[in-house]
Write a new protein. Structure first.
Length: 106
């Protein structure tokens, strides 16, 4: 018999742990999206536009955190905040040469 399940049901400690993880997502994830990513207001009122904006914000948030956790070596992360990496990435994006319509072939 599995120790984690009692009569096909999860133990109380597991449910409490899952609830705390959910609160952690709400308290840190959504807080960061609103305060750090300016995702507190959608400038469209159409339900599909709001859904699209939120899905893109969640996608960008998850990709950034996955990059930060899985791609950056601890030595590089040491002493540098996430805000530093966001500013660095933004500077790199803005430094890319712009594609203009006038340089496109006929």
């Amino acid at each position: 018999m599995d120790d984690d399940l009692v009569g096909g049901q999860a133990r109380t400690e597991q449910i409490v742990c899952l609830a705390h993880l959910r609160w952690d997502i709400e308290n840190h994830g959504f807080n960061e999206l609103v305060n750090g990513w300016n995702a507190d207001h959608v400038y469209r009122h159409h339900p599909q536009a709001i859904e699209c904006f939120l899905l893109l914000a969640f996608l960008a948030y998850n990709i950034f955190h996955a990059f930060f956790a899985l791609n950056l070596k601890p030595e590089l992360r040491c002493g540098r905040t996430m805000a530093f990496w966001v500013q660095l990435m933004a500077a790199e994006i803005h430094a890319l040469p712009r594609l203009s319509l006038s340089s496109a072939p006929p």
